[in-house]
Design a protein around this ligand. Structure first.
Ligand SMILES: Nc1ncnc2c1ncn2[C@@H]1O[C@H](COP(=O)(O)OP(=O)(O)OP(=O)(O)O)[C@@H](O)[C@H]1O
Length: 210
């Protein structure tokens, strides 16, 4: 059956003429784009090109120098700095992090930590970098939100951790979510298809997805 515009789901994210500036230098934009449900955007560019700045702006943690963005529903922003306490164990950290929006049963948290092989009763400072990055996948796995903003999510993850993230992304997009991510090393083979956006101080107008 032919779909009319009316029956299409709303885009998960819309940017209108958004410009990012740091220290008086234009990093990117103006960016004008719509990211549809079920679609993924891969931010590309060398160190310092403004990928983190854009992700933080999309998360609402930073104002753009011009233009604006609209999100359809809540977003998870998973960046380099995580809201985790080094002296608490993984279980206590997840209770605090996820409990800010809705309580998740301890049994569910424990089962997930075991499945991801993240030690749950050791202070976080004793975990490896990869174990911490696995922990950072918990919100994505345990609390659905329509938009994911992921800054270098594959950093420090081994092959099994990468596969877990690929599977999460597949099911997120299949259920109508959308995501924007940065990834220096390219994306693993199992990751869903992404549109690429190379950042720079130039006009970029596009639609990602239908
Ligand atoms: N807190 C800050 N104050 C001032 N300038 C900053 C700050 N954070 C980043 N910058 C500058 O903004 C520019 C973009 O940085 P950003 O971290 O967004 O780039 P990136 O593409 O994510 O880099 P990388 O690939 O190295 O992670 C850089 O020139 C950086 O020096």
């Amino acid at each position: 059956m032919m779909q009319t515009g009316r029956e299409m789901p709303p885009p998960r994210l819309v940017l209108r003429g958004m410009v990012g500036v740091r220290q008086g230098r234009r990093l990117w934009g103006p960016l004008t784009l719509a990211l549809s449900a079920g679609s993924a955007l891969h931010l590309q560019g060398p160190n310092g090109s403004g990928k983190t700045t854009l992700l933080r702006t999309l998360a609402g943690l930073r104002a753009p120098a011009a233009g604006h963005c609209e999100r359809d529903g809540e977003a998870w922003f998973i960046g380099h700095a995580l809201p985790l306490a080094d002296e608490l164990d993984a279980l206590a950290n997840l209770r605090g992090w996820l409990g800010l929006s809705a309580r998740v049963d301890d049994a569910v948290l424990q089962a997930w930590l075991d499945q991801m092989q993240v030690p749950r009763q050791r202070p976080l400072r004793q975990l490896s970098a990869g174990q911490r990055r696995r922990l950072a996948l918990a919100p994505l796995a345990l609390q659905p939100r329509p938009l994911w903003l992921l800054d270098e999510p594959f950093d420090a993850l081994d092959a099994a951790g990468q596969s877990a993230l690929c599977a999460l992304a597949q099911s997120h997009l299949a259920s109508g979510g959308a995501l924007v991510l940065s990834a220096h090393q390219g994306l693993p083979a199992g990751f869903p298809a992404c549109e690429a956006l190379r950042l720079g101080p130039a006009d970029w107008v596009g639609t990602v997805g239908q």
